[in-house]
Design a protein around this ligand. Structure first.
Ligand code: PLP
Length: 566
């Protein structure tokens, strides 16, 4: 809201100035400056607010078309297996509680003794959901070495939700399952599950907020420190108060279409400067939807040799959509904090389930031990209310404590049923790790949509392994140029801003796309989500986009025709 208000105030000031000028300057000029001011305001507003406006325009579009909204990243699929398993297991656990005590609607707690045998007796191998639960438990026992009764007691208590999360950070068996999932999907062979700590959070969003707040609070990031950001990037992250208001100075480490959205060496070397304290990236990226190449990961390793205190924060929510994905965490486990979210792959944005993963041996704990004595004294005092040995409290445990303002550390942690749901989603993958049909289907789904869109737009498709194809950035001026030539594209550039174009596309044709520069993507680009419409809708989006370009072309012809006549 503050930002919105500030934006409006800037716009009001500018329009006031412009209205003054209107007496002196010729009208056309004023209008174009006003447009610039408006565009500036809308840039301030951010891509998401701009889209909200277009969504309204699209509802009453001139053509009377059905609305096609490819703005949001929320997928239009869900995973059914984990959901069926969750209700089935919850049912089993509730009956376990009734064995302890049962009066009317009141029951006791699940008991550990014999729970494995009762589970085997209750599950029907002929039923698909039961068969998955059996396979999941077998996997935990045989592949992960978990004790069956301990596992089932943990999951039963957790799904019932009759105890506070304990330990606060993560339930023990659940942590082992989550670690195995992360290793299987994101680490490409690096064996790190046994040395990684996991903190489940209310989605990737909460994970990011918690990390930045704890880095600031623990004085690992201080006002004036430089933090490097891989751009273009998911803009709401830039709005986190500790990034925006704590005086951190951001350095762009940019990628471009010419580099296939990979980070060029010249950009990466910015990270060698020890003044750069942290590097923040989304990988595969949003909006460009590309994973870093192997070459870039190797270069990043060399950069960190020169700046060994660098804290890397990677958001790998789209990792499973990129073939042969390799997380920065798996090549630089000491320096990297990993954020993952189940939101997109499993269609669980409303559940709010994500996590933070960090190596047992990590740069943050070393930096804490190297803080100046006055900072150490301050932090000892801060954390002494929840631990007898505050100086030995790990950074990740401080993240957990800070997530509840330290004082409420003992009731912190993600809700336990949510932790069970995360374990079940992980197990749908792990029982099929060699070739997970669900992940394959999710990838094929976005790929088919991407192909339909690029074919219809007559643009070359990028089928490289790095392209996660969850979103795509397309350059409207390139499309315009391909259709009617460079002169027309040049005319379009000066006569319409991207916002005009997106507003027209919504108001006239009922199509909602997102504003690229709102993600600091290049001018002229729009982001199209491939997650939330069906393949044929993307063909239709392309058709309507051409229809708008044709409308503009008629205008262009009329104007240039007049020029010739004059
Ligand atoms: C969608 C998305 C997420 C998921 O966030 P949740 O809070 O888990 O829903 C995380 N990071 C990026 C870059 C995203 O686009």
């Amino acid at each position: 809201m503050k930002k919105l208000l500030a934006g409006w105030m800037i716009a009001c000031c500018i329009s006031f100035l412009l209205s003054g000028w209107a007496f002196a300057e010729e009208e056309g000029k004023v209008i174009s400056l006003q447009q610039e001011a408006e565009q500036q305001l809308q840039k301030e507003l951010g891509a998401f607010e701009i889209t909200a406006n277009q969504r309204e325009l699209a509802k009453t579009n001139e053509a009377g078309y059905s609305v096609l909204d490819a703005g949001r990243g929320n997928p239009n699929w869900i995973n059914t297996q984990a959901r069926y398993a969750f209700t089935r297991f919850s049912d089993f656990a509730t009956r376990e509680c009734e064995l302890d005590m049962s009066q009317g609607s009141m029951a006791g707690h699940a008991r550990r003794e014999g729970i494995g045998e009762r589970f085997d007796a209750a599950m029907d191998p002929e039923n698909a959901t039961d068969a998955f639960l059996i396979a999941g438990v077998d996997y935990c026992v045989n592949a992960l070495g978990l004790d069956k009764d301990t596992l089932l007691k943990e999951l039963a208590d957790a799904v019932i939700g009759d105890y506070y999360p304990s330990p606060s950070r993560c339930l023990p068996c659940t942590e082992i399952i989550l670690n195995d999932y992360l290793q299987s999907t994101l680490y490409r062979g690096a064996d790190l599950a046994g040395e990684t700590m996991v903190f489940p959070t209310e989605g990737g969003s909460a994970a990011m907020v918690y990390i930045f707040e704890a880095l600031s609070h623990n004085r690992l990031l201080n006002p004036g420190d430089q933090i490097a950001i891989a751009t273009p990037i998911f803009t709401p992250y830039m709005q986190i108060p500790s990034v925006k208001n704590y005086g951190l100075v951001s350095v762009d480490v940019s990628s471009s279409q010419e580099e296939n959205w990979d980070i060029a060496e010249a950009e990466l070397v910015k990270l060698e400067d020890p003044a750069v304290k942290a590097f923040f990236l989304v990988n595969p990226s949003n909006p460009a939807s590309h994973a870093l190449s192997e070459k870039t990961l190797e270069r990043l390793k060399r950069v960190v040799e020169k700046n060994p205190d660098l804290i890397i924060l990677t958001d790998d929510v789209y990792g499973t959509f990129s073939e042969d994905f390799c997380s920065v965490y798996s090549v630089l486990p000491y320096n990297t904090i990993l954020v993952y979210s189940f939101s997109k792959l499993y269609g669980v944005t409303g559940w709010r389930v994500g996590l933070i993963a960090m190596n047992e041996s990590n740069v943050c704990d070393r930096l804490l031990s190297e803080l100046p004595p006055e900072d150490q004294a301050f932090l000892r005092d801060e954390y002494s209310i929840v631990t007898a040995e505050p100086e030995n409290m790990l950074f990740l445990d401080r993240v957990v404590a800070d997530s509840r303002s330290i004082g409420l550390y003992h009731t912190s942690g993600l809700s336990t049923p949510s932790q069970v749901f995360m374990a079940l989603m992980s197990l749908t993958h792990l029982v099929n790790a060699e070739d997970d049909p669900y992940i394959r289907l999710a990838n094929e789904t976005v790929r088919a949509r991407y192909t339909a869109l690029m074919n219809a737009l007559e643009l070359p498709a990028d089928d490289s392994a790095q392209n996660a194809q969850y979103y795509t950035l397309v350059d409207v001026l390139t499309i315009a140029g391909n259709r009617y030539g460079a002169d027309y594209a040049g005319w379009l550039r000066t006569s319409r801003t991207e916002i005009d174009f997106l507003n027209d596309l919504a108001a006239k044709k009922g199509v909602v796309l997102m504003y690229g520069p709102g993600f600091s993507a290049p001018e002229g680009t729009v982001r199209i989500s491939l997650a939330n419409l069906y393949a044929e809708d993307y063909t239709e989006i392309a058709r309507r986009l051409f229809e708008l370009l044709d409308d503009y072309y008629a205008e262009y012809e009329a104007e240039t025709g007049l020029d010739e006549a004059a």
